[in-house]
Design a protein around this ligand. Sequence first.
Ligand code: PMP
Length: 384
Amino acid sequence: MYIQITHKAQQIPPFIVMDVLERARALEREGVSIIHMEVGEPDFPTPTCIVKAGCQALSEGKTHYTHSQGILPLRESICEDYMKRYGVSVDPEQIIVTSGTSPALLMIFAAMLDSGDEIIMTNPYYPCYANMVNFIGGIPRLIPVSADVNFQLTPERVKRNLSSKTKAILINSPANPTGMSLSPSQMKSLSDLGVPIISDEIYHGIRYEEADHSILEFNDHAFVINGFSKRYAMTGWRLGYLIAPHDWIPALRKIQQNFFISAADFVQWAGRAALKEADPEVKRMVRTYRERRDTLVPALKKLGFRIPKVPEGAFYIFANCKKFSRNTYEFAFEILENAHVGITPGIDFGPMGEGYVRFSYANSLENILEGVERIRRYLESRRY
Ligand code: PMP
């Protein structure tokens, strides 16, 4: 019997960055050296204190299902972390620990959206946002934003897009793919609109000049998703969490129990060690990211990329490349094939990303400089 793959599964667009990465790997297999500036994950190994705690938990037999909301010591450490960083009080009962922030996002969308309901988000955006919302049957209400507003939502633009279908406003600060953030006053004005806010705080901790602010400082009824992938260089451990208002927890817990049961036991213990012990390591990584950013931004500008504002956090630069090409998908592959540098076409992040490419500086300074030099040589040769 032949059965069709569902419409909604077929409609999930591919991640173009994966196409770039796969082509890059194919070139590497042919012996070509590639500089990777397309990948969105820390190049650092997970700090030793976290690895040790994970190994110890494994050897102590922390290999079982846990409470579906996560082990209490981890949830308590998350509460302490939110108190220490932002001065906000979170109850461990408001937290569900998940296998990465991705399931946390999916769970919140699943609990919030009936068919045709809308979530307001920026365009450009982190692609999974729109893909997940569509998959659930909701509608991503995309608000075009550009460098003049730091690629972030403004209350005025959000207001114009509110409707009876609006269920929430999704914010991400510092953001993927732009590295730009919302100021505290912008967060407050968005919060004052009275619409539920989902705040993706996964890049918190990777911020260079200013302190991060959680949406919970302005709105104790907001939804937060956060995780260990970026700040603690733990992408492969798959650990994240959501914080939700108390009255949403029973529904979210049911989703967690049915779809995922719990996050991995020993990984949760490693996460607890991250929160308690890894801050000095995080500071070191952030200093290094900053040094790379401060080198890469002027170097790219010198090549002719337009970067009107210096990104404030995460490890991305969203550079305007309209001077070189109007089709950034083609441009990214052209750079890969000719300069042997992997970069992500802006179109991966929505229609407003066209004309931009994302450089990730989660790579060594040496490689970054080599990547810039390769692009310089190629662009130079392309002029003739
Ligand atoms: N949100 C944003 C903005 C991201 O960039 C990512 C990862 N690229 C995620 C969520 C998901 O991260 P994870 O599932 O590893 O926690």
